[in-house]
Design a protein around this ligand. Sequence first.
Ligand code: ATP
Ligand code: ATP
Ligand code: MG
Ligand code: MG
Ligand code: MG
Ligand code: MG
Ligand code: MG
Length: 258
Amino acid sequence: RGSMANSKYEYVKQYELDDTLLPGCWIVIRIDGKGFTNDLHGFEKPNDKRALDLMDECAREVMNEFTDIRLAYGESDEYSFVLGRNTDMYGRRAAKLVSLLVSCFTANYVARWSAHLTDTPLRAMPMFDGRAVCYPLDSNLRDYLAWRQADTHINNQYNTCFWALVNSGKTPAEAQATLKGTQTAFKNEMLFQGFGINYAHLPEQFKKGSVIIRQRALVEVKRRDDGSPVMRERSVPTVLHVDIIRDEFWESNPQLLA
Ligand code: ATP
Ligand code: ATP
Ligand code: MG
Ligand code: MG
Ligand code: MG
Ligand code: MG
Ligand code: MG
């Protein structure tokens, strides 16, 4: 390193391109499972709660590891992580940030799989892609998150109808044709009249996805000699299944955009 012998090779370093993300912008890193549609992992349809819980736990671990993440939002096989506007984590280098979050998430996904999908052995290597996007305005960031949460609802409503039709004997093609071009009200009515499913009563995790923010909570930090726990207040990444489109969430968590 730095020796005469090495210096003639060092010019290759100049071929590495700068990928510093714009200063002062919100950084969103979204990761997404590769090929999860193809029944690689044997998920229950339309929503395998065990797999969603695994995603949520992995995202919490990512937030424990990288404390500059302010908020995370997850649905299906994806998670978005929001870094503070002025973070200097890894000099805001896109490749560093994306690759570290992806590998942290994936490593946890593999390590924690069996705790959630107890009797479903991993039969394919889970992989996640990742990208970084910069948003200059608070409103851009809120619109980004609203876009993801609206997507959660649309997909969940469609998938719930689709699998109800398939489970009632329709082929996937017939189910698709039945749903083509239909509106929200029609789908809700079809679920209720046809299958006795009240969409409003489905779990919030399915309808709203998962948002993770840091909240104060009492946690056990160690045990005394007599075995009793020592509790301290700490900031803990906490999973919520709430609306993040309306103002209320942002007004009750003003630290997020501060
Ligand atoms: P790509 O590699 O391009 O991301 P993909 O097959 O992963 O392709 P996505 O658009 O990411 O496609 O869609 C994810 C798929 O995984 C959806 O079909 C979704 O229904 C399914 N999926 C993800 N999580 C779950 C879950 N917990 N339960 C049931 N299905 C799930
Ligand atoms: P960064 O996060 O910036 O990559 P780093 O501490 O990982 O920092 P590197 O420049 O990547 O620094 O260096 C990797 C370090 O790991 C070196 O000190 C190297 O000696 C050590 N290392 C890697 N693989 C082995 C190995 N198989 N056995 C012993 N040491 C190893
Ligand atoms: Mg995709
Ligand atoms: Mg995917
Ligand atoms: Mg996806
Ligand atoms: Mg290294
Ligand atoms: Mg190295």
